[in-house]
Design a protein around this ligand. Structure first.
Ligand SMILES: CC(C)(COP(=O)(O)OP(=O)(O)OC[C@H]1O[C@@H](n2cnc3c(N)ncnc32)[C@H](O)[C@@H]1OP(=O)(O)O)[C@@H](O)C(=O)NCCC(=O)NCCS
Length: 380
């Protein structure tokens, strides 16, 4: 092993292959995304979030019995220790849901029956548990901060339907359930995105699943990553409030050298395949709910940014209007991303630990040359 570095760093590690993985395949030039080789379009059309979880965690599609068993396990794990609810109630009422989630997920480890175990089986159990718990936490916290009663989970419902029930206090329509289910499938994994990388780096120190997921949630929050979906809708609301024309509004942002959230991608040089589905969902939900405005804003902005900046919409652009039309508050959009991405994060942590080596890259040092003299304080 050499202590010498050999190459200059690509800024933002662009194009750097940092690990091997058999979970997610992306072809950024052709706009292909596949989980375990299965195209995301096929999964969005034919699968469910529960089945997608199985695929990510176990590496293949489940049999009917295996799917039934995992669905039952996810439903069984819909429970939280009373002190988690108590803790959520003790938070400042204006605590951001994403900050709440980061801290509460960290606290979940104290109540995990396998807290001290870090083997493959225990981590699969934690993956199932965390997937159920995170959805409950996001929904329950929203009710707590609004002074509403927490809704008990319904173990007969799908993951998506139970989340909407616990959030809105009523069973969702089949259309809303399926829309969220598809959104959860589309967000479930995305290779070595920033939060997944953070999770793998944490796991590789032989820390633990909850620490890895806490790292990932902190990372997802940023507006260059998962936080972009909230930033998109904040723009729609600002357009609405000011009565501006959507195109004029984003033109003004560009003139101020601002980035337009929901556009551009490090890996895709063509349409983000997830955006294709979310655009359709945003259009359909907008029409069926009688709220076509958000889709219309989105469409006008997309057309302009595509023509003017040659940038494509990414996953966050149309998820914003989709989530809003499902009755989800804007500051829950990124937590809802986590409700889905927990499946991919945990799959990556398990994969990392199955063949682990500490992740410890080097920096291309650009500071004062060595040796730099230490000047005593009195001589400075
Ligand atoms: C996703 C993102 C961080 C990728 O960044 P990146 O790979 O580092 O790309 P770069 O920052 O090198 O951008 C390349 C060029 O496109 C421009 N660009 C990229 N995304 C842009 C956006 N959303 N709005 C305006 N310009 C954008 C950059 O200004 C840069 O132009 P320049 O070369 O003239 O300076 C970036 O596209 C972005 O900030 N998007 C908005 C946030 C977002 O939607 N994030 C969610 C991603 S799924």
């Amino acid at each position: 092993m050499s202590g010498l570095t050999t190459a200059h760093a690509a800024k933002g590690l662009e194009g750097v292959v940092a690990t091997t993985s058999s979970i997610c395949y992306i072809d950024g030039d052709r706009g292909v995304l596949a989980y375990r080789g299965i195209d995301i379009h096929e999964l969005a059309d034919r699968s469910s979030f529960e089945e997608t979880c199985y695929l990510l965690w176990y590496g293949r599609l489940p049999t009917r019995d295996e799917l039934r068993e995992l669905t039952a396990r996810l439903a069984e794990e819909r429970r939280l220790d009373a002190s988690i609810y108590q803790y959520m109630r003790s938070l400042p009422k204006d605590a951001l849901p994403m900050d709440m989630l980061r801290t509460v997920v960290s606290a979940l480890s104290f109540f995990d029956p396998e807290e001290r175990k870090n083997d493959h089986e225990a981590n699969l159990h934690k993956a199932i548990r965390l997937t159920s718990q995170i959805a409950m936490i996001v929904a329950s916290y929203d009710r707590i901060r609004k002074g509403k009663a927490v809704v008990d989970p319904d173990r007969s419902l799908s993951h998506a339907a139970n989340f909407l029930l616990m959030l809105n206090g009523e069973r969702p329509s089949k259309t809303a359930e399926r829309a969220l289910d598809i959104a959860l499938i589309l967000h479930a994994d995305h290779e070595l995105n920033a939060s997944t990388f953070a999770a793998r780096v944490t796991a590789a120190t032989l820390s633990d699943m909850h620490s890895a997921i806490t790292s990932a949630i902190g990372c997802l929050k940023g507006p260059l990553h998962g936080g972009a979906n909230e930033a998109v809708f904040n723009i729609f609301e600002a357009i609405d409030r000011s009565g501006s024309d959507p195109v004029a509004y984003v033109k003004a942002m560009l003139a101020q050298k601002k980035r337009i959230p929901g556009f551009g991608h490090r890996v895709y040089h063509t349409e983000d395949p997830r955006a294709t589905h979310l655009r359709q969902m945003s259009r359909d939900l907008g029409r069926s709910s009688g709220q076509p405005k958000w889709f219309e804003y989105s469409q006008a902005i997309e057309e302009f940014i595509k023509a003017d900046k040659k940038l494509n919409a990414n996953v966050d652009f149309y998820s914003a209007s989709t989530y809003r039309t499902l009755g989800i508050d804007v500051d829950l959009f990124t937590p809802v991303f986590a409700v889905s991405r927990i499946s991919g994060w945990t799959a990556h942590v398990i994969e990392q630990l199955d063949d682990n080596r500490l992740i410890r890259p080097r920096a291309d040092y650009t500071g004062p040359s060595y040796p730099n003299r230490y000047i005593p304080l009195e001589a400075r």
